[in-house]
Design a protein. Structure first.
Length: 327
């Protein structure tokens, strides 16, 4: 349906640089993204979107999907969601590789041991220790032979120009992706339902959906909150991930750069969260918010969701799923 896709610069300054031709339903494009507010350099960002099989019509909406930790736009589940939701609900589904997303994943980790040789002498044999000393790649296979816990630290190549900032830049990128899709629709002289621009976010992605709404309160008409937290936990504390490898349990610690680099902006993020979740119009009460939470919440108290519903009972809905745990 889209014959033209323009390559735009960051969201407040659409500059057409070249044209693209749609050849399939599921599409990807690279744009010039908003410069980092921490170190202003040129950035690129990938945007992924799917249009309904029937094409874009006057009642077609837009759904922005925001993944949290461990998920991303190339995850199989999100690829399936983009394609299935596009047809099932008559939506252009969109997702992006937002600022620092690659540092939020749970696989292909660069691990560094957090134990000394003396600490493992009572576990490993002298032959195993010597083998590991010669080839560090043998460490985890050797750990897997023992019914023990081993502590590791995840090494991240975060820099000021590219890191998991847990807030402002990530929200800006998701708003950018939405506005680029809107501009593509306009550029193709198509109509769509501007009152059906929705956000679905999971975990940290749901937190970002509120932050997006704080920055662009008139853009979105509905927020689907799947297990948001009140504040990015890893802005204050380390992230721990546990893996079973053979007989061993690997405890992997992540210490994000944002803890030190964004400390001066923590108050800004708190204020933005306050604006988008607790205040009256235009941010909250003029739109529907759907909350999807588990019955066992590790990071979000139950009175949090109850308060949201009480603020606007006619436009809020809460689903409690007993088998869902937020991570």
């Amino acid at each position: 349906m889209f014959n033209k896709i323009n390559n735009y610069t960051y969201w407040y300054n659409f500059l057409v640089s070249r044209r693209w031709r749609i050849v399939a339903k599921e599409q990807q494009l690279s744009i010039s993204a908003h410069p980092s507010i921490y170190e202003p350099i040129e950035r690129k960002m990938n945007i992924y979107f799917s249009e309904p099989e029937q094409g874009v019509k006057h009642d077609t909406g837009i759904l922005l999907l925001i993944a949290g930790y461990g998920g991303n736009a190339n995850s199989n589940v999100y690829k399936k969601m983009r394609n299935q939701f596009a047809d099932q609900y008559n939506l252009i589904t969109v997702q992006c590789d937002y600022f620092g997303w690659q540092f939020m994943q749970s696989d292909n980790l660069d691990l560094k041991e957090e134990f000394t040789e003396n600490e493992i002498k009572d576990i490993f044999t002298s032959t195993e220790i010597e083998s590991i000393r010669l080839d560090i790649q043998k460490l985890i296979p050797t750990c897997s032979l023992y019914n023990e816990k081993f502590n590791f630290k995840v090494h991240l190549d975060e820099t000021k120009s590219d890191f998991n900032d847990m807030g402002i830049m990530q929200a800006i990128d998701n708003i950018t992706a939405t506005l680029v899709i809107k501009a593509i629709i306009d550029d193709n002289d198509l109509e769509f339902d501007t009152n059906r621009i929705l956000i679905y976010g999971h975990s940290h992605g749901a937190y970002l959906s509120y932050l997006c709404n704080a920055f662009a309160p008139q853009l979105f008409s509905m927020i689907i909150d799947n297990s948001a937290w009140l504040f990015p936990e890893y802005m204050k504390n380390e992230r721990f991930m546990s893996y079973i490898v053979g007989k061993a349990q690997l405890i992997c610690k992540v210490d994000y750069l944002a803890k030190s680099l964004v400390k001066d902006q923590v108050n800004i993020i708190i204020k933005m969260s306050h604006v988008c979740t607790f205040r009256e119009p235009p941010c909250a009460s003029n739109k529907t918010t759907m909350f999807i939470y588990g019955s066992h919440q590790l990071m979000t108290p139950s009175d949090y969701t109850n308060y949201f519903a009480s603020c606007n009972p006619l436009r809020s809905r809460i689903e409690i799923l007993p088998s869902m745990w937020m991570v």
